[in-house]
Design a protein around this ligand. Sequence first.
Ligand code: MIG
Length: 719
Amino acid sequence: MKVYRIHEKITKYRFGNPFPTDGVLVKGDPWEKEGMDYFQVEQGTEIRLTYKMDSKDMVWGLGENQRGMNKRGGIYVSYCSDDPRHTPDKKSLYGAHNFMIVDGRERFGLFIDYPGQVAFDVGFSHTDVIEIIIDGTDADIYIIDGEGLREIVRKFFHIIGEGYAPPKWAFGYQQSRWSYPDAKTIEGVAEAFIDHDIPCDAIYLDIDYMEGFKDFTVSEDRFPDFPRFVEKMREKGFRLVPIIDAGVKIEKGYGVYEEGIQGGYFCTDGEGKPFVAAVWPGKVHFPDFLNPEARRWFGLKYKGLIDWGIEGFWNDMNEPAIFYTERGLKKGIELAKQSENENLDMDSFFALKDAFIHMSNHREDYQSMYHHVDGKQVNHHEVHNLYGYYMTRAAAEGFEEIAPNKRFLLFSRASYIGMHRFGGIWTGDNHSWWEHILLNLKMMPSLNMCGFLYAGADTGGFGGDANAQLLIRWTQFSLFTPLFRNHSAIGGRRQEPFSFDQETTEMIRKAIQFRYALIPYIYSEYMKALLHRDMYMLPLAFAYEDEISRRVENQLLVGDGLMIAPIYEENALGRYVWLPEDMLLWKVDDYRERSYEIKRKGHLYLEVGLHEIPVFIRKNKMLIFGNHGRNTEVLDHRELYVVAFIEDRAQYVYYDDDGLTKDYKKEKYTEIRISIERREEDFEIKIENRENRQVKRIHFEMVDIHGNIAKKTVVLAAQ
Ligand code: MIG
């Protein structure tokens, strides 16, 4: 083991000769140090770390996973998996996010930089032991010391690098379904949004837009004159976001396939021939995204669609998902043949059944696939968790070359720590289950801790059938998540906002309009979090240290000023809320009609009608918002509104930028610093205004701790 000092409070322990993942950007200096802090280490054919917990210790992080924000009590296995049923017993989903914080007697962060399988047993086998098993002998382990939870996360963000900024339109509402298969259907969806007066920025193209599921093709039958269609949709105010799958169809004459073969850009099997698997297009090869040349080649393939006017993509099936391979199929068929006319004992029967049930995403297949990096052959299984990350990196690096200063929407299904620099994630194939609203809520801060700020779930649920109420409640939560997209599976019930009765449409319209009104706040908080290496959605424990707040699993902090307490139970017309301090409650129905109530510190039973969205403004904080529009481009921010809840003083920095370019990196952005101070009879407002060309006037509504309200309008100095 070699030890490196990365930073005053960050230590790297290097075992063997790890595969470079580019998860962490800082190398650090060799350091003389005996042994590893906190953990007991055992090394054999694997690396085993153990930590003894106190009875009250909590564990945060691990990104995209089941169970609570506090991970204690479960086993989590990092091995990117295409699993369309997210039941509570599942140990692996699509991401591999090996960062956690132990919080109790001692407080520290841990990141295991190992691209193969890592298992975290967090007090499952032994209630007071964390046992981590790294499935190999070469890994970098980072330990981050710090006082506060948020401070530890920030330190971690400093070593994994600045996150990805999507264009501002990606903060609008987005509508998807598997599939809107042709131009006519998409136009119909767009018209319905316009007719129902529901704001929307993007409509998604799922796999059926392609010709035979071939990446970077568009079906001419279903989309005659695609570029013109993209343009026409833009004129109506909608962007189209096509899916790209990892597997490249094997088909003579298909350019991407031919180039991939010629360039040697595909992963191989043990004999050096391109590895073959079957996914949607039938037989495919997988691009070797770990090989820089292959990565560049694939990344530049996005140019075709970009030249046709596309500005956003979602990368799917990049665990990579495998439906079957010849190996698995053969095994199954042989077993079936052997079983024919046999009087099967139960072991043989189940072996036969399992051969088919477990044919997809099989370890043996991953173990027989290879990458080629720096002249070396690398077994896929050992670097499995990098595949989706590197596919998304390929796209992002391609965009950088194609249009260096433009921001694209990009998110991925599979991911690894570090991918947040290139794109966001969506949480894959959830279901129209109430439990999955709560899972979505719990996952958001865990994803944030791992760098993934641009994230969201399929609102309304992907699999299964949503009812009206579920969609309403889910939308009322999702409107706070940066990626706000309704998506559903083929064969399931339609769940666009207007797919139910009129009252439902009305409630969802109001929720989406509220989202658009909140964009000044959401965008400002998102971008500040990126630039300051901070989180956007947080557990209460990250701001309040009391024992109750530390255990709250069904409320969240959103940005600097808000706490939310969504409804996630069917037929509920209220819920219990924990208030760690006095807060100002705004039950939002139509956001243009405002009324506030002060809620005192303590437990509260809150009534929440189906049409209501409870928003709590924290003490000495403010919420800034504007008016909605039919999409982000027409938002008019000349007039903004601030609601503030002030005991003595509050400060807020409103951030804005062009939302389209990377100029914000050159400090080209608006910053309006607002401070409000409670004076004897009055509130005093101060505004510092930098590079602001849009906001002309801010209307303030200020409530003090006794419920006194004052309203004022401030005209901003011309810039
Ligand atoms: O095997 O493209 O998670 O969002 O709609 C399913 C079809 C493949 C899985 C994605 C889902 C998408 C679907 N895809």
